[in-house]
Design a protein around this ligand. Sequence first.
Ligand SMILES: Cc1cc2nc3c(=O)[nH]c(=O)nc-3n(C[C@H](O)[C@H](O)[C@H](O)COP(=O)(O)OP(=O)(O)OC[C@H]3O[C@@H](n4cnc5c(N)ncnc54)[C@H](O)[C@@H]3O)c2cc1C
Length: 381
Amino acid sequence: MLFGIPRTIYSEEHEIFRNSVAHFLENEVLPLYEEWEEAGRTPREIWLRAGEVGLLGTSTAEKYGGMGGDFLFDSIVLEELGRFGVSAPSFDMHAYIIAPILNNFCTEKQKKEWLPKMVSGEWISAIGLTEPGGGSDMKEIKTNAKVDGDYYVINGSKTFITNGHIADYVLLATKTDPSLGAKGVSMFWVDMSLSGVSRGKNLKKIGNKAQDTAELFFDDVRVPISNMVGDLNKGWSLLIDGLAQERLVVALRSIAMAEVAVDQTIKYTKQRKTFGQTVFDFQNTQFKLAEMSANVEAGRPFIDRCIELHVEGGVTPELAAKAKLWATELADSVLDECLQLHGGYGYMWEFPIARAWADARVHRIYAGTNEVMKYIIAKKM
Ligand SMILES: Cc1cc2nc3c(=O)[nH]c(=O)nc-3n(C[C@H](O)[C@H](O)[C@H](O)COP(=O)(O)OP(=O)(O)OC[C@H]3O[C@@H](n4cnc5c(N)ncnc54)[C@H](O)[C@@H]3O)c2cc1C
């Protein structure tokens, strides 16, 4: 076994679920993946299929159509996505970042109306926080919402929005009271078919190519008051809670990608020959792989403990920031070394290591940059 410490957080039931996720990804996602990369987006049918096989509602309560599990089930889907090198469809954004926010902050009426469609894949969702003027300083959100009778009228724009082109709804951060700074933020569940909503071009990226990423524009968009998520001017606390989970999501995906990259690189270097021996036979290769293997193995219990703590409700924003910072930096360096050990083939898109290297690079940037993670951690010192 490459990684020797047995994992203790999953039961047999979890492992059976893991096999079904792996089966779905291998048979229904991987064969079409290149086609989606060419198109720069994923088709609705795969979202509906994911809904059918239960991938989109692992921790949503059964009464809203979900599986009623906990974050351990979520983490299995996220790990398998990482292991198979699948960054699209962006199930992580839809089912493991946005749905939990709706679960935690919506009213009963909203949950009854919205969650079943999220779980079935009938609705695809996006989250709109980042604006062209800046993403790190969320206090500076300029998109505004002004009350007008039973509606809020929204004006502004967002950028880099994952699922932005294919989404039916966006969970949108707005300023409802600019004089209050961060305390004047409110969140809305915005129907993307409303008059005044438009989408910019599908942005071309260096990785995650099957994921669509868009600019969104809101021009006098009238959103019913009943679509506010959480309380007026309380969007910031909702985001602090939601972003902690998002950071954990990125962390555990990163470590799964690092583990699989080490494994793939051992296999590749053992069969690639140069100077009359395999690449693995060079001491440099063995030392690099030994170092990477030790680093990844040392990190696994930390991430597993974070997953457990999150299930118990014990992950603080600082701990989630530490997990994201540490796991994404580790994965970035591991993927880069693994690519190097593949030589020129490592740079070829058809090799999993090339995709993984390009896909994981954004992990240090989104869900809050790693510099912002350091800021969050240091603020608590
Ligand atoms: C592929 C992709 C998908 C994305 N998906 C989404 C999405 O679905 N929804 C969404 O809302 N956003 C999304 N984002 C946006 C992402 O969250 C932002 O890019 C990120 O938060 C950084 O914001 P910025 O790009 O404006 O960088 P800036 O805020 O301009 O930062 C530029 C640099 O300055 C550094 N910096 C900023 N503040 C500080 C500080 N206080 N101290 C030290 N250094 C600092 C940053 O770390 C960074 O290195 C996505 C981005 C990408 C690339």
